[in-house]
Structure formats: structure tokens, C-alpha cells
Design a protein around this ligand. Structure first.
Ligand SMILES: Nc1nc2c(ncn2[C@@H]2O[C@H](COP(=O)(O)OP(=O)(O)O)[C@@H](O)[C@H]2O)c(=O)[nH]1
Ligand SMILES: [Mg+2]
Length: 384
């Protein structure tokens, strides 16, 4: 085997791969149903929130008339469109048939939340719309009414964006719908959200999407919330929050492993703990989906980073810490490695790091002696 030019300790990546696949299994797949006419902007919305084009299941054939399922490991999209009047069944009947087919599928494909999409420039809901929404509600599904392609204008004084008066009037009606005689209409939608997934000229990031993901999370069953946090790509703080307890657990395990101080020569004792941590964090950032990197390629990176963290931290820590790693040094190295890995994963996830140049990219994220010493100082501070 070629000698590592920096003489970094060799680290096995099996722990990474095992922890990564265990975490992926635990988070599972988030399933969303999008319902609405062709061209209303469903695919664009899915793309803006989840950041990817999904493969159609079943080689292009619809699951049934008007229903397609698209999925990858962490996301499934049930696309309901094209329920035409005149097929012999009402759209609500067709939808009900579609939902029956979904119900027979495995639990990993069951719908968590529905986005019922209507173009904002429509001035009302149609009777079939209302009947379809009632059908979804009767199936026990939480429905978000999403107004799509909202045209936003910026107030030059306040800098705030607003939808047109007509769109706001439509929203007000949706929140409190009445018929022509002023009689209330039963419209079981849980939220009404105004969105656009692109700007006027097809560019830009859109509006209302932060609200849409926040409400989708709020309405998701508890068992599906982490799956949604993993599958979506708009809200990075959620991912950071998920990573924090993973890092804390690894820090505690490192302290325990070094309760009897470890000779520096045996520093790689900590590596399995760090590799487990990094594998779990990579799952939170859905890295191999986003980048098409294999899990083992990510594991290799993790091993290199953990190795470098150990090598650079330890050599320089000897004057401070002596020839052994005690519990606080072990904790500090693991904490700094975890935080560096989170920053690295974020950058890959948002596409700031080019996958083709990934080889050198992690170097700048490896924890430095400064961050390790910083952690040590903080620990001392906490312990008084
Ligand atoms: N101006 C504008 N155009 C949009 C928006 N969302 C989608 N579109 C365009 O509307 C067309 C249909 O969108 P698509 O997402 O394929 O709709 P789907 O048939 O419901 O999946 C495409 O040409 C999109 O570029 C939006 O928010 N604003
Ligand atoms: Mg589409």
C-alpha cells in the first residue's frame, strides 16, 4: 500500500458505511402527494423544495390513470394530475380510486402530506377542486392548499414583497370560503400558502417556499418529520439541529473511551466513534443522493478527515496534553471533527463544493488545532 504522504493514521471506513445505512433506514422515505392540473407548477415546486428531478417508477407507465409515482431513497412523490371530466368518472371518483391504489402499497410509500396546487391567477376553486379536497381529507390526509405562480411585486419603500390584490382576495376567500349566497362552504384545507418557484423570467429562487416547508413539517406525522427534514433541501438549520445530538453522543462516547487515557500511538481507537458520527451526519445531508457519490467514496473522505484531525491535533497537542489522550482531549477532537464534517456536508449539499474536485476540498474543513484547543477551553469553562 502506498504510504500516505502526510503519514496520516489509516482508518477503516466500515463503521461509517454501517452507521450511514442504519441512519438512512431509520429516517426512511418522505412521501408527498401533489395534486393539480397539468402546467400548474407541481414539478417546479417539488424541484425547488427537494432540489432534484426524481425518476419515474415503473418505466414511465402511470400507476393508474392520472397517478404517477416518482421516488428515490429518501423521497417519494405521488403526482395526481389530469383527472379530466368526461372520462365517465368525476375527478373526485378518480382521485378516490387513486388513493385506494396508494393504500395497497407498502408503508414506505404512504402519503404524509398533500399539496393541493392551484394557479394563483385562477379566480376561484371549481366544484371538482372542492370535491377532491374533501376526498383527500376523508382519507385522513392533511391538505395544504398551495397557490402557485404567484406574481410578487416589491414595495419600493418597505422592500416587502406582496402578491396582487386579486391573489390576496383569493387567499382570503380560501381561508373563509362562502358560496354566491354567502353560505359557508366546507373546505377542509389545513393551510393556504402563496408560492412561486421561480421569478418572472424563469430565474431566481421563488417565494413562499420557506413557509411551505415549515407548514409541511408541522403537518407531517411525528414519525415522518425527520424523513422530511432529510429529504428537503431548503432549510439547513433543521439539518444542523439533527446533527447536534449525533455529535454530542460521539463526544460522550469518546470521553468514555478515553476515561483511562489512551496512549497517543493508539489514537485511532477513537476513529470508529468518529466514523459512526460522520456516517450518521452524512445521512442527514442525504449526501449520496445529492452528489451521486457512492457511500464508500464519502466514507473514504470521512476516514481521511478523521485521520487528519487526529494526526494534526495530536502532534501539536503533545506539548499541551502530554503523551496520552485523556477524556477532555478526546472529546475536543471528536467535537471539532463533527463540526467540521457538518460544515463540509452543508457545502456539498448546497452544491458549493464541486463533486469532481472533492478530493482536495475536505482539507480546508478538517478541524484545526485552534478549534480543538477552543473546545478544550470551553470544556474547562463548563466544568469550572
Ligand atoms: N412564472 C412562473 N412560472 C412557473 C412557476 N412554476 C412553474 N412555472 C412554469 O410553468 C410551467 C409548468 O410547470 P410544471 O412544474 O411542469 O407544472 P406541472 O405540470 O404541474 O408539473 C413550466 O414552464 C414552468 O417553468 C412559477 O412559480 N412562476
Ligand atoms: Mg409535472
Amino acid at each position: 500500500m502506498a504510504k500516505d504522504p502526510l503519514d496520516r493514521p489509516k482508518i477503516d471506513d466500515q463503521e461509517f458505511i454501517a452507521a450511514n445505512s442504519e441512519a438512512r433506514k431509520r429516517y426512511g422515505r418522505f412521501n408527498l402527494a401533489v395534486v393539480g392540473n397539468t402546467g400548474v407548477g407541481k414539478s417546479s415546486l417539488v424541484n425547488a423544495v427537494f432540489g432534484r428531478e426524481l425518476a419515474k417508477v415503473g418505466k414511465g407507465l402511470p400507476v393508474t390513470q392520472g397517478v404517477n409515482y416518482y421516488d428515490d431513497e429518501t423521497l417519494g412523490i405521488w403526482d395526481f394530475e389530469g383527472f379530466e371530466i368526461g372520462s365517465g368518472k368525476t375527478p373526485a371518483e378518480s382521485l378516490r380510486d387513486g388513493l385506494k391504489i396508494v393504500a395497497k402499497r407498502p408503508s414506505s410509500e404512504q402519503i404524509a402530506v398533500v399539496w393541493y396546487c392551484v394557479a394563483a391567477n385562477a379566480d376561484r376553486l371549481t366544484v371538482p377542486d372542492i370535491e377532491m379536497i374533501r376526498e383527500l381529507d376523508a382519507a385522513g390526509l392533511p391538505v395544504i392548499l398551495v397557490l402557485t405562480k404567484v406574481h410578487w411585486t416589491k414595495n419600493p419603500v418597505t422592500g416587502k414583497y406582496r402578491a396582487s390584490k386579486d391573489t390576496e382576495a383569493f387567499r382570503d376567500w380560501l381561508e373563509d370560503p362562502v358560496d354566491g349566497d354567502g353560505e359557508p362552504i366546507h373546505l377542509p384545507v389545513r393551510r393556504v400558502i402563496l408560492t412561486s418557484s421561480q421569478g418572472k423570467n424563469g430565474k431566481g429562487t421563488g417565494h413562499g417556499l420557506g413557509d411551505l416547508v415549515a407548514q409541511t413539517l408541522a403537518l407531517s406525522p411525528d414519525s415522518e418529520k425527520d424523513a422530511f427534514r432529510v429529504a428537503q433541501r431548503l432549510n439547513l438549520p433543521w439539518k444542523r439541529e439533527m446533527a447536534r445530538p449525533v455529535i454530542l453522543a460521539a463526544v460522550a462516547a469518546s470521553a468514555a473511551a478515553a476515561a483511562v487515557p489512551i496512549p497517543i500511538a493508539d489514537a485511532t481507537t477513537l476513529a470508529p466513534i468518529q466514523m459512526t458520527m460522520m456516517g450518521r451526519i452524512a445521512a442527514i445531508y442525504d449526501l449520496n443522493m445529492k452528489t451521486m457519490m457512492s457511500t464508500s467514496a464519502i466514507a473514504q473522505l470521512g476516514a481521511q478527515m478523521a485521520g487528519r484531525a487526529l494526526a494534526t491535533s495530536l502532534v501539536k497537542l503533545i506539548p499541551v496534553a502530554g503523551n496520552v489522550i485523556n477524556a477532555s482531549v478526546a472529546s475536543a477532537i471528536t467535537a471539532a471533527t463533527g463540526e467540521a464534517w457538518v460544515r463540509f456536508c452543508e457545502q456539498v449539499h448546497i452544491g458549493k463544493i464541486d463533486v469532481s474536485q472533492i478530493d482536495g476540498a475536505w482539507e480546508q474543513f478538517a478541524p484545526t488545532i485552534v478549534s480543538v484547543l477552543g473546545k478544550l477551553a470551553t470544556q474547562k469553562g463548563i466544568k469550572g
